[in-house]
Write a protein that binds this ligand. Structure first.
Ligand code: CTP
Length: 403
């Protein structure tokens, strides 16, 4: 999945011949899963039509401060557009537009939006070779870099003037690759390794029966996806679940029993920075597993159970620098029980679910959690989707690395 997936991209197009390539650029953004809104300078409409770009971006194209052609004349709010965007890309960026950006000459919607945008800004210059090296252009580049804007370097090659040299706008595919690489390098969990357990475990009684629980695995899978989207490499040790995940940064290890989960976790724990135990591990398993299907006979039937290993506590024992997060599912004395688990399992943070809270627990798409850290600071959270809870948990991890 591209790091651009779900991102809101504001594409500013200024008036150069390379504007014709923005049709492909918009296509590539959409293909990567981004949401695109286009702002055109008046001059750019001589090179590519707003209709083409609105069709490809699936959004109206913005160009003037007012939409005169609309029934109810509507103001294009540059502040709103600027705040909407996760990133702004100006391509092609002509010498004229770059100069206006550098000097704040706000005479069109694109520049007004640029000045309002709080998100990262990228620009892909496009001009003839002599314009590209003119001190005025070089001064614009310098100023824009000082503002924190990112230049997507122009390429060398044949130019519209017939001359050959540096100044050609980077190809759309190069622009996309540049943005992906830059965004990936800035992800907050880039370079971190996280072990996550998810789902239930099944403890065999005989070849066809088991003791299990109703955990769906959703919480652990949501944490894994969120961690990977933040740049972490994830090892997801999953008990039996119907959830699947396809992400280049997530390695799934499928297990069935608590013992298998224990072994998989210990195989990887030494190499990770963070471990998050979201699995609902069986606390007991049948002491003897029948090799053949058990036939019904007596009216009463007793299965002797023995304790499984506490995976999280065993990771707590082995812990060196790892940030260790556990879950606690409680029905009474929630805070006290959770605090006890922090100490017993040597945790840095516990995510407490109380079954007394509406919307929390197994099989639900929402969760209501309370964070308790190892110093017993208590932070109750709102009822949220499990995806949002996953983000909250990873914000705690990010905060830990920024300490
Ligand atoms: N856990 C684990 N291995 C086990 C049991 C639990 O790793 N054999 C982990 C869970 O993934 C969770 C945390 O321990 O992160 C708390 O699990 P919970 O069942 O609430 O606590 P227990 O320690 O099993 O205590 P109890 O069932 O008595 O509440």
């Amino acid at each position: 999945m591209s790091v651009l997936s779900g991102k809101k991209v504001l594409l500013g197009i200024s008036g150069g011949i390379a504007a014709y390539k923005t049709a492909s650029l918009v296509r590539l953004f959409i293909k990567a899963g981004a949401h695109v809104q286009v702002i055109m300078t008046p001059a750019s409409k001589d090179f590519v039509t707003p209709l083409t770009l609105s069709t490809l971006s699936k959004n109206p194209v913005h160009s003037t401060f007012f939409n005169q052609d609309e029934e109810n004349e509507k103001w294009n709010n540059h502040v709103e557009l600027g705040l909407w965007a996760d990133l702004m890309v100006i391509a092609p960026a002509t010498a004229n537009t770059l100069s206006k950006m550098a000097n704040g000459s706000c005479d069109n919607l694109l520049i007004a939006t640029y000045l309002s945008a709080k998100c990262p800004v990228y620009f892909a210059p496009a001009m003839d070779l002599d314009m590209y090296i003119h001190p005025s252009t070089v001064a614009s580049f310098k100023a824009l870099k000082e503002f924190g804007n990112n230049i997507i370097p122009a390429e060398s090659g044949e130019l519209a003037s017939g001359l050959s040299g540096e100044g050609r706008m980077a190809e759309p595919s190069t622009i996309i690759r540049f943005l992906e690489a830059d965004l990936e390098s800035k992800l907050p969990l880039k370079g971190k390794k996280i072990l996550i357990t998810a789902g239930p475990t099944y403890e065999a009684i005989d070849p066809v029966r088991f003791i299990g629980n109703h955990s769906s695995g959703k919480m652990g899978f949501d944490i894994a996806k969120s961690a990977a989207n933040l740049g972490a490499s994830v090892i997801l040790v999953a008990g039996p679940t119907h959830f699947k995940v396809d992400h280049s940064l997530i390695k799934v290890i499928n297990v069935v029993s608590a013992q298998e989960m224990y072994e998989a976790c210990h195989q990887y724990f030494g190499e990770v920075d963070v471990a998050i135990a979201a699995a609902a591990v069986a606390d007991y398993r049948p002491k003897n597993v029948a090799t053949q299907k058990i036939k019904k006979a007596a009216d009463n039937f007793v299965i002797e159970l023995e304790k499984t290993k506490d995976i999280l506590a065993s990771l707590g024992d082995r812990k060196k620098n790892q940030f260790l997060i556990g879950f606690a599912l409680e029905t009474e004395n929630e805070i006290e029980n959770a605090k006890g688990k922090i100490q017993k399992k040597n945790l840095d943070l516990i995510v407490l679910n109380s079954l007394q809270d509406q919307g929390a627990g197994f099989g639900k798409s929402t969760n209501k959690v309370t964070f308790i850290d190892k110093d017993f600071n208590i932070e109750p959270m709102e009822l949220k989707s499990k995806e949002a809870v996953a983000d909250d948990i990873l914000n705690k991890v990010i905060a830990k690395f920024n300490e």
